[in-house]
Design a protein around this ligand. Structure first.
Ligand SMILES: [Zn+2]
Length: 333
């Protein structure tokens, strides 16, 4: 018997019957069934299958295969704790030599990367400005400070932001990406309406601001889309609207409740669906008129009020999240 089939058996509803053909039948957790129409069977070689004869939901696993999204969903329906599910996912990957490649693709590694040429932190630049005087300072450098303070309501010294006078980068604030204290990438945000808005050096599976999540004693981690959203409330950022398997894996390692705050835009609903599949909570607070993301909200309400709203609107039940999303995304154009 494998750890996976064993754990599933442990978490199946206690009230169950065994049929002569080997199926265990019980009230199906997928659809609120009350007529014992959920079936679970253990086949040769530790393979397991679940079949709901009411709503037709099916999930299965066999050694050598990773845990599918459907199996993951079943495990959550059976109230198997997230950390146990995570352990089972890794166990599934470990079980077969041929799946070693998949383990590697889920557990990301990051190489050190260089920042754009001559980049120095705003802290260093501020010393330089004091020595040279404001009148001898590049307007673009002053814009970097103003952009953070005025457009983002972010203290320029609250994070090691960088700036460089290199052509093509002068009108940008550089945000280094750290992992275990090492710079593994960066994004450079235009401080004017230059395009692209972001120039980035980013490695696959990276989660922004992960290093700082163990510094505060929050029992949860807030995950947003963009770096300024994350910095506004000291959360993490996906740096896009899609949740990668490796990002899910990295965030799960924190052993905290993961709360996604989607951007209120066209890509938001897809991110929410993914979050549900990964077993995350999702928060879609009542934002003031015109607010599209966490940074917008912080500029209007301040970080404490925003944190409070995010926490009190966080929902972990997939069905309730879907209902809320329908309403929340209704008025986007
Ligand atoms: Zn069902």
């Amino acid at each position: 018997m494998s750890l996976i089939s064993d754990t599933l058996l442990q978490f199946l509803p206690a009230k169950r019957k065994q049929t002569p053909s080997g199926w265990l039948s019980f009230n199906a957790p997928c659809c609120g069934d009350k007529r014992s129409r959920g079936g679970f069977i253990q086949n040769a070689g530790d393979a397991v299958s679940y079949h709901c004869f009411n709503c037709q939901f099916k999930a299965s696993w066999q050694p050598g295969r990773p845990i599918s999204q459907k199996m993951n969903k079943l495990m959550r329906l059976l109230n198997i704790p997230d950390d146990v599910i995570n352990q089972l996912r890794l166990e599934a990957l470990r079980l077969n030599e041929t799946s070693l490649g998949e383990v590697r693709s889920v557990i990301p590694t990051f190489d050190e990367r260089a920042l754009p040429m001559n980049a120095k932190s705003l802290e260093e630049w501020s010393t330089w400005i004091e020595m040279q005087g404001w009148e001898n300072t590049d307007q673009e450098l002053i814009n970097a400070f103003c952009y953070l303070r005025n457009n983002r309501s972010i203290d320029p010294y609250s994070y090691p932001f960088y700036w460089t006078s290199k052509i093509g980068f002068k009108n940008r604030v550089i945000i280094p990406f750290y992992k275990d204290g090492v710079i593994v990438g960066w994004t450079a945000r235009a401080t004017n309406d230059a395009t692209p808005r972001y120039l980035s050096e980013q490695q696959p599976g990276y989660v922004f601001n992960l290093d700082r999540q163990n510094l505060h004693d929050r029992a949860f981690v807030i995950v947003c889309e963009g770096p300024f959203d994350a910095l506004s409330i000291d959360g993490c950022a996906l740096l896009g609207a899609e949740i990668k398997d490796s990002q899910n894996w990295l965030l799960k390692q924190l052993n905290k409740e993961i709360i996604l705050v989607p951007d209120k835009d066209h890509e938001g609903p897809k991110t929410v669906e993914q979050a549900i599949e990964f077993g995350w909570s999702v928060s879609m607070p009542e934002w003031p008129e015109g607010v599209k993301d966490v940074n917008d909200a912080v500029r209007l309400l301040g970080p404490l009020a925003v944190l409070h709203r995010i926490k009190s609107s966080a929902e972990s039940n997939g069905l309730k999240i879907q209902l809320r999303a329908k309403q929340w995304f209704k008025d986007i154009k």
